[in-house]
Write a protein of this length. Structure first.
Length: 78
């Protein structure tokens, strides 16, 4: 599903600047190939902790000015 980027929340703000720069290059070259794994919290979608590059994709796409992201919503089990 494609959603506005402002509805996608990274799990944390601990991504390294290097990892985000690297992801920006990848996104510019290839686009977003796979959807982010997220769970819904209210009106937003939070990146799963085990999505290996999820946070970096969100930060890089924001810096690139992307309006939307591709996501797949999965149930959160506690």
């Amino acid at each position: 599903m494609v959603v506005p980027i402002n509805q996608v929340i990274p799990l944390s703000d601990s991504s390294s600047p290097y990892a985000v720069r690297k992801m920006k290059v990848t996104l510019e070259r290839q686009g977003q190939i796979e959807p982010l794994q997220v769970h819904k919290v209210g009106e937003h979608y939070v990146v799963w902790h085990d999505d290996p590059w999820g946070n970096e994709i969100v930060y890089a796409a924001r810096e690139l000015g992307w309006p939307t992201l591709l996501i797949v919503e999965t149930k959160r089990y506690e």
